[in-house]
Ligand binder design. Structure first.
Ligand SMILES: [Zn+2]
Length: 304
């Protein structure tokens, strides 16, 4: 009887040990996972990290990022990470609260960037968060990430520096293409009209003017006053094309199209990558897609 009892106790103990080790396998902190706030950063960090780290984004492709509401499963996934990398400049309105529940080191890219400030409405005086939209600033993201990864894994510094250099060379090519294209434009065409005021860094870096329906996507309510202002700008300057962004409805911009002679040039990608297989499933593709979309709509207009 004693023997049977012993066997039973032993079996119970081994079973619970087996179950708890299986359970722990998904709960244990994974030292090789980096958590990021949005898909563009997920791609940039992955390109630099190579095989050295897994990278996981809290928001998914196509998802609105500014006002995202993290779920309990986001918290569980993030608790497995080593560090959290975010854009900053107030882009992730949810990250302070999200991180307060986690024991994660925080890297904020905007600490390395020069801000351009929003000059309209409730957001006046706050930095515009969308710095990655300019390939010139994208290079600063790369430098900041190379630095952060090297601090985490100094023995792989060479890999990070090399990957960062290759990546920056590609951005330099796109930077050149942008400049060449802008030089072909007439003065009235040097305008980027969008739904969200997300292109300030691009317009600033390449000598364009900008006009938009709302300053940031956290506030997509369009006031009649703002609508009238955009319509006036498009009409007065005979701007050939207007755009919207992939994560919001283009409806309001279509009103601008109806009221002016401009064409709707398409949806540009800003806050999020497209799904895999879509036109902007990497950061490089996103920059190229935006450039091509702007180019095509301006040229279509000239020919038409
Ligand atoms: Zn945005």
């Amino acid at each position: 009887m004693k023997k049977i009892l012993l066997i039973l106790v032993f079996s119970f103990l081994s079973l619970s040990f087996y179950l708890s080790s299986r359970f722990k396998k998904t709960e244990v902190k994974d030292a090789d996972t980096i958590i990021v706030s949005f898909t563009i950063l997920e791609d940039i960090v992955s390109q630099i990290a190579g095989e050295e780290f897994d990278v996981y984004s809290i928001t998914e492709p196509g998802e609105e990022v500014h006002g995202y509401k993290p779920t309990p499963s986001d918290l569980i996934k993030a608790s497995n990470g080593l560090i959290f990398i975010e854009n900053g400049f107030g882009f992730e309105l949810w990250s302070d609260k999200f991180l307060s529940n986690l024991n994660l080191e925080r890297i904020t890219i905007s600490d390395y960037l020069e801000p351009i400030y929003i000059t309209e409405d409730a957001y006046t005086g706050k930095p515009n968060p969308h710095a990655w939209i300019s390939p010139k600033r994208g290079k600063i993201y790369i430098d900041a990430i190379v630095l952060a990864l090297t601090e985490l894994k100094p023995e792989s510094e060479e890999i990070f520096v090399k990957n960062g250099k290759i990546y920056k060379d590609r951005l330099s090519q796109i930077d050149k293409e942008f400049s060449l294209f802008i030089n072909t434009l007439k003065k009235n065409e040097r305008y980027l009209v969008s739904c969200e005021g997300a292109f300030s860094y691009l317009t600033n870096d390449y000598g364009l003017e900008e006009a938009y329906l709302w300053p940031v996507n956290a506030e997509t309510q369009i006031t009649p006053k703002r609508m009238a202002k955009v319509i006036k700008t498009v009409k007065e300057n005979d701007i050939p094309a207007v755009f919207c962004e992939s994560t919001v409805s283009a409806e309001s911009q279509l009103t601008v199209v109806e009221e002016t002679g401009a064409i709707f040039g398409g949806n540009l990608f800003v806050d999020s990558l497209s799904l895999e297989g879509g036109p902007a499933s990497t950061y490089i593709e996103l920059l190229e897609y935006n450039l091509e979309t702007i180019k095509n709509s301006f040229h279509t207009h000239q020919e038409g």
